[in-house]
Design a protein around this ligand. Structure first.
Ligand code: NAP
Length: 214
């Protein structure tokens, strides 16, 4: 039986934007993935929870952004778990769900991948999936930390670099734009733009936005 190749698109998605969507679609084509599973993080271990938008909003925006692509799905594996959500635990669950005849490709931003040596059970993690680091064209991982490639090769693993022009879009910039009352049209899908406005996310009035959503 042919091995199924599944992409796992890991991110906080606060909010999801076209850079993420273009990255996932590019990875699907380049690595012949039968599906890309978006994995919004629950409680990211490396972030102050107070600075991260509630999971229900990040999950809903991810669903809205991906629903027109038949190859994209959204996983609740991380957001339904309590405590810090480590990638190794999510991959263990997904591997169990999909069985042994599957090859997982974990896709995320290059800046995140640069920190991977410090992630929980990092050596085991490298054995569970292939890793795809999304960068803007021209950004070389060696520019930042030459050791990362050496570490992957010392574990006998390959790190794939995926250069995506749309990665110039950033969630941080989108949050700042919304906060400043600037347009985010064409940076995020229209549905996500509406959702952000309707729930008044990324304004100073976050608590009120949460109440309105209930
Ligand atoms: P981050 O530190 O917020 O982001 C680092 C950079 O990567 C940002 O430029 C970000 O751009 C970009 N990025 C994030 N996700 C991306 C994606 N799927 N595709 C393309 N670019 C992406 O990263 P994060 O979102 O919190 O974490 C990324 C992934 O690493 C998550 O799945 C997280 O669970 C995992 N992680 C695991 C551990 C651990 O297990 N110990 C620790 C850290 C991270 P945007 O801000 O525009 O997205």
């Amino acid at each position: 039986m042919e091995t199924k190749r599944i992409g796992i698109m890991g991110g906080t998605f606060d909010p999801i934007h076209y850079g993420h969507l273009v990255t996932a679609e590019a990875a699907r084509g380049q690595f012949q993935l039968s599906q890309v599973l978006f994995l919004p993080s629950g409680t990211p271990p490396h972030k102050d929870p107070a600075q991260v938008t509630d999971t229900k909003h990040r999950y809903t925006m991810t669903v809205l952004a991906t629903l027109t692509n038949p190859y994209f799905e959204v996983s609740r594996v991380d957001i339904d778990r309590s405590g810090a959500t480590y990638t190794i635990d999510a991959l263990r669950i997904l591997q169990d769900l999909h069985g042994s005849n599957v090859r997982l490709f974990f896709i995320t931003g290059a800046d995140a991948i640069l920190e991977i040596m410090g992630w929980k059970d990092s050596e085991e993690l490298l054995g569970m999936a292939e890793f795809i680091a999304a960068t803007r064209p021209g950004f070389q991982l060696e520019d930042r930390q030459g050791t990362i490639h050496h570490w992957f090769s010392s574990q006998n693993k390959r790190l794939h670099i995926l250069q995506v022009p749309a990665m110039a879009i950033s969630s941080t910039d989108i949050r700042t734009r919304v906060h400043n009352g600037e347009s985010i049209r064409y940076l995020v899908p229209e549905t996500v733009d509406y959702y952000i406005r309707k729930n008044r996310l990324y304004t100073a009035d976050v608590q009120k936005a949460m109440v309105d959503y209930e």
